[in-house]
Design a protein around this ligand. Structure first.
Ligand SMILES: Nc1ncnc2c1ncn2[C@@H]1O[C@H](COP(=O)(O)OS(=O)(=O)O)[C@@H](OP(=O)(O)O)[C@H]1O
Ligand SMILES: Nc1ncnc2c1ncn2[C@@H]1O[C@H](COP(=O)(O)OP(=O)(O)O)[C@@H](O)[C@H]1O
Length: 430
């Protein structure tokens, strides 16, 4: 096994592996959900702890997932052993209940914090299915999908969702006499499976997503809650005080961070536009960290070259730092060439896993214009063969097809380019 290749898992992938180890996802589906994974691989967490060995090919039913070390757990109600149970244990327990019949079990999917309306709907569903007959004999599963990934700021995360599901379970027992099992399901949304299929693996014969029982009127009232709060604040306070109270409740610390990631050829204008943007955002009081391509190479990535592997390492380091900044509500502006789609995709994932917005800005200034600018004289040297692997000349640049913004600085002056990015950011930031 010492020669078996390893793969370090992201938080989303850890959720998938946990789901598969519990028996709710096949080894081949897991293999299919891990892009580029070899047919025999040791899956590890970020600390390189080997968690499982996966021997499978996508689409091949005979795949095997062998557990090696326990999947890392953390603190919180979603991690309680009584709640975070593997699918096969829950299914077996349902079947073993006195008079229990797994064929009867109803799973309610708690994907959002239940409203009163959903509680009432749940009581009706449970009462009407035989799940609460004979003084309350009938298994009900409350399945709560929880992700390791940080929730979007301002939304209820995994602990709150599990606590509200446990409250719902108590109400269902009290009001409908149902036997309720609340289970936290590791759920990243990846893996090509649905929550209904996962619920079946946990032993459910029937599945009802609770939010489907939320009427449009209730959904509208839930969406309007922040406005209602603002109205209440304005009614209580004079305008200047109200502004302060609202700002403290919704501003700075709770704002969702952003990674603005410029990519483009050398001389395309990334650094010029990124520097101007960062300065303006700072002026606006939006704490902004600039990770400029050249500066990063002097510090974070000192000593790295320009072969493909070194560039990908450089880009991943930038993405890692940018995601850390954004995780705490900051704005990170990065401007490396980042010539490869895979590296850019990795940075997008890192940012999104940190709960941040990710804005890819392709500075698409054509090679001929960059070369004519040749600010540092590098293109001439690259043409003369004095610099090897120079992007656009002797090393590839993979054009992005997933950029949020595309700016060609041949015709777009710097202030206009900055304004374009700021307008986009205004749609993301409160
Ligand atoms: N071989 C080769 N290819 C491309 N660029 C080279 C090379 N050698 C040195 N330089 C200088 O390094 C800058 C690019 O570094 P980056 O960190 O942005 O590149 S990468 O994202 O890792 O590909 C780049 O500057 P900017 O494009 O202005 O950022 C170049 O000045
Ligand atoms: N509209 C423009 N936007 C950005 N840079 C421009 C523009 N017009 C001319 N330039 C010049 O092009 C060069 C771009 O260099 P730089 O910003 O360092 O690019 P990169 O970081 O992509 O290598 C600078 O010398 C800048 O003054």
């Amino acid at each position: 096994m010492t020669d078996t290749p390893t793969r370090v898992l992201s938080d989303d992938e850890l959720d998938l592996v946990e789901l598969a180890l519990g028996g709710a996802l096949s080894a081949s589906s897991l293999a299919a959900a891990l892009p580029g994974v070899p047919a025999d691989v040791v899956l590890t967490d970020a600390e390189n702890t080997p968690l499982a060995r996966l021997t499978a090919l996508p689409g091949e039913l005979s795949g095997v997932l062998e557990p090696l070390k326990p999947v890392p757990a953390a603190i919180g109600p979603q991690w309680d052993a009584a709640v975070r149970r593997p699918a096969r244990a829950v299914r077996a327990a349902l079947g073993e209940r006195p008079g229990g019949d797994a064929q009867q079990s109803l799973a309610l999917l708690v994907t959002e914090v239940p409203t009163r309306e959903e509680l009432d709907a749940a009581v009706t569903l449970v009462s009407g299915t035989g799940a609460a007959t004979n003084g309350g004999a009938g298994p009900v599963l409350l399945l709560v999908p929880v992700a390791r990934r940080a929730p979007a700021p301002g939304t209820v995360g995994a602990p709150g969702l599990v606590r509200s599901a446990l409250g719902l379970a108590d109400s269902l027992t009290g009001q409908a006499g149902a036997q309720v099992t609340t289970v936290a399901v590791p759920w990243s949304g990846l893996g090509g499976t649905t929550l209904e299929e996962v619920a079946a693996a946990y032993g459910a014969a029937r599945t009802e997503p609770l939010p489907a029982h939320r009427s449009p009127a209730t959904a509208e009232r839930v969406a309007a809650l922040p406005d209602v709060r603002d109205e209440a604040v304005r009614a209580l306070y004079p305008p200047a005080s109200a502004a302060e109270v609202s700002r403290a409740a919704t501003g700075g610390a709770r704002r969702r961070g952003v990674v603005v990631f410029f990519t483009g050829l050398s001389g395309s204008g990334k650094s010029t536009v990124a520097r101007a943007l960062a300065a303006e955002l700072e002026d606006d009081g939006l704490g902004t960290t600039l990770l400029d391509g050249d500066e990063v190479r002097h510090h974070l990535s000192k000593g790295l070259g320009f072969d493909r592997e070194s560039r990908e390492t450089n880009v991943e380091r930038i993405g890692y730092v940018a995601a850390l900044v954004a995780k705490h509500g900051g704005i990170a502006v990065a401007a490396p060439i980042a010539p490869f789609a895979a590296g850019r995709a990795r940075v997008r994932t890192l940012a999104e896993e940190a709960g941040a917005h990710f804005v890819l800005v392709h500075v698409s200034t054509p090679l001929a214009v960059c070369e004519a600018r040749d600010r540092k004289g590098f293109y001439a040297k690259a043409r003369a063969g004095e610099i090897a692997e120079f992007t656009g000349i002797s090393s590839p640049y993979e054009e992005p097809d997933d950029a949020e913004l595309v700016i060609d600085t041949t015709d777009v002056p710097v202030p206009e380019a900055v304004e374009t990015v700021r307008r986009h950011l205004a749609t993301l930031l409160p």
